[in-house]
Design a protein around this ligand. Structure first.
Ligand SMILES: C[S@@+](CC[C@H](N)C(=O)[O-])C[C@H]1O[C@@H](n2cnc3c(N)ncnc32)[C@H](O)[C@@H]1O
Ligand SMILES: [Zn+2]
Length: 163
């Protein structure tokens, strides 16, 4: 275990290898950490080593960031407690000290990948897809307040059809 800032620490996770854990409580909507790293275009993806490809975040249409530490260790959960806006990680609800920070990887994505999920939550989808639009419509509606502005602007028409 190593402590990467006063707010969070990277530790072993029951979900997958390493995860990011709260070292103190966070209120709903509170800023937690920044997403730092090198920005790349989709066309550069093939030059990125596999080790880094597992740590990409979609930050614009066809634009990704190779995340730095500790944010690169945030695991997925089908019952997330954090979301990303403008390259910052915020609490989606109140988070207790010791809880693992988990996002839903299907938010802010339209990519064609899938992952077997081991989040262990009651509402686990089993398979997680890289595209927001493959989520059940009710979940797309539930998640819409957490979409990043770039995603909302880029896919305005598809999102407006949800309501
Ligand atoms: C951004 S990394 C997260 C940190 C990762 N646990 C590690 O130690 O490098 C994303 C990778 O973690 C794994 N992962 C994250 N959440 C998961 C989950 N709920 N179930 C299974 N694997 C998960 C997947 O291999 C995914 O490609
Ligand atoms: Zn799950």
């Amino acid at each position: 275990m190593f402590t990467s800032s006063v707010k969070v620490a990277v530790r072993r996770s029951p979900r997958h290898n390493l995860g990011v854990f709260a070292l103190r409580k966070f209120k709903s909507g509170e800023f937690i950490i920044d997403i730092t790293g090198r920005v790349i275009k989709k066309s550069e993806m093939r030059y990125i080593p596999q080790n880094d490809r597992d740590h990409l975040d979609n930050i614009g249409k066809g634009t990704y960031i190779i995340m730095g530490c500790p944010e690169r260790y945030i695991n997925h959960s089908c019952e997330p407690n954090v979301f990303v806006r403008h390259r910052k990680v915020y609490a989606m609800r109140g988070i207790a000290a010791g809880e693992e920070l988990v996002g839903d990887y299907s938010i802010n994505g339209v990519d064609n990948w899938k992952m077997r999920c081991r989040c262990g939550s009651q509402s686990c989808r089993g398979i997680v897809h890289g595209s927001f639009f493959r989520l059940p419509v009710e979940l797309q509606i539930e998640y819409s307040p957490y979409l990043d502005d770039w995603f909302r602007n880029a896919y305005r028409n598809r999102i407006s059809r949800l309501v």
